[in-house]
Write a new protein. Structure first.
Length: 205
């Protein structure tokens, strides 16, 4: 029995060592990791244009702040567009911190599941990420500046979540809830509409 246990331990050690050699346990350079906090999806002719809003921590001796960058890629599918962002920038896209998926109104006349399917089936993004549609292009909304936060997607998150906790005027929908409604007997779903207001009318979004 003792001999069998010894053999099992040796086999496990060999398996772990093999995984190490395949680079599964290697460290990823944090400088090349793109922490995606929001995704915007637009339809450009027959291609999907995916815009990723990336949070870039900025530190100093006195303060620590965060700025954003929006990078876009095109492809026949959402997955291909996201992969193109990775290839063109050399960054590793991490969707674990993505809290918002925004669809441009160009997708309103199409089967939106063609664009949302990637996020529904992928385990790279959290099911609690919020979904919404915007007037115009989603890319323009992500690039927009808001007085609520230095990152536009964080400002939208605040609007969605604050209204849920207080007035309840906005029906915030997650990817999970939207999918449940779409595949239910009613075959329907809803999501909030985001509209940008220019500074001439009112400061902010």
């Amino acid at each position: 029995m003792k001999r069998i246990n010894t053999i099992i331990v040796k086999i496990l050690c060999l398996i772990i060592f093999g995984l190490f050699l395949t680079n599964d346990f290697s460290l990823i350079d944090i400088g090349k990791t793109a922490l995606i906090v929001a995704i915007g999806i637009d339809k450009d002719n027959q291609e999907f244009e995916v815009s990723a809003q990336i949070a870039i921590p900025q530190g100093s001796d006195a303060t620590t702040s965060t700025k954003e960058a929006v990078i876009s890629g095109k492809g026949d599918t959402v997955a291909a567009a996201i992969n193109k962002i990775s290839v063109e920038t050399g960054w590793y896209p991490k969707l674990s911190f993505c809290t918002l998926v925004l669809f441009g109104d160009g997708l309103s006349d199409t089967n939106i599941l063609e664009a949302a399917d990637y996020f529904i089936r992928s385990d790279k993004i959290q099911d609690a990420a919020l979904v919404g549609m915007c007037e115009g292009k989603a890319k323009d909304v992500l690039i927009a500046v808001s007085p609520l936060d230095s990152i536009s997607s964080f400002a939208i998150d605040k609007i969605f979540l604050k209204n849920v906790d207080s007035t309840g005027e906005i029906a915030s929908i997650s990817i999970k809830d939207f999918t449940i409604g779409y595949y239910s007997h009613s075959e329907s779903g809803l999501m909030p509409l985001v509209k940008m207001i220019t500074a001439d009318q009112k400061d902010g979004m």
